[in-house]
Design a protein around this ligand. Sequence first.
Ligand code: ADP
Ligand code: MG
Length: 236
Amino acid sequence: MTSATDPIISIDHVSHYFGSGRLRKQVLYEVSARVDPGEVVILMGPSGSGKTTLLTLIGALRSTQEGSLKLLGEEMYKARNKQLVRLRRNIGYIFQAHNLLNALTARQNVQMSLDLHPNLTSKEKKTRSLEMLEAVGLLDWANYYPQELSGGQKQRVAIARALVSSPRVVLADEPTAALDKQSGRDVVEIMQRLARQRGSAVLLVTHDNRILDVADRILQMEDGRLSTVQREEVIA
Ligand code: ADP
Ligand code: MG
């Protein structure tokens, strides 16, 4: 187990390549970074710079090819698939394709992520799911199916699903892109509360200047290279 002060995400000289042979193309160059418990870190950068690739590596959705990448103290470079699958249970993913199940209502979609937690009764799971839907402003939509919801509403269901189990790690790829100003703020503030209260690490890819103030730090990806930037530089 990790102690309260160990980094939750620790990245050391990670490089990544797509393709092989003559088509092999490097997309990440010796990326190093860490995210500590309770921190909200925003990752910015132009399209194609490697943000999503880095997020999928941290999220144990791809294997680390080069360098060291530790999540909750566990090394993912050369990790076995079984270990990656187990690590994924600690992660709340909010990716652009929200992948809600059409056969389930909003509440059931959210509740799904609590099914990995056998110590909760089904009544408790239901209550928590409804509370989370309320937090994203969708309590009245709990019994609706995805095809009855707008794009922004579906995105908020996906956010509720990712956060309902209070994961130690939240990885969000442009979570506010489909949301209006107020809903966008609401969801990042929920993530910030989770970080503060549970000591979770939140890593957020965004182009949205309106939410930069929730970040403890801002990282910038450019052509596969990562650097730290000051908030003032981004807003100016
Ligand atoms: P961003 O999220 O910053 O827009 P990505 O991480 O999606 O950037 O992409 C970084 C680079 O890697 C881009 O040049 C993209 O075309 C390439 N890339 C992303 N995914 C793949 C893939 N599965 N196969 C080959 N190239 C990819
Ligand atoms: Mg991307």
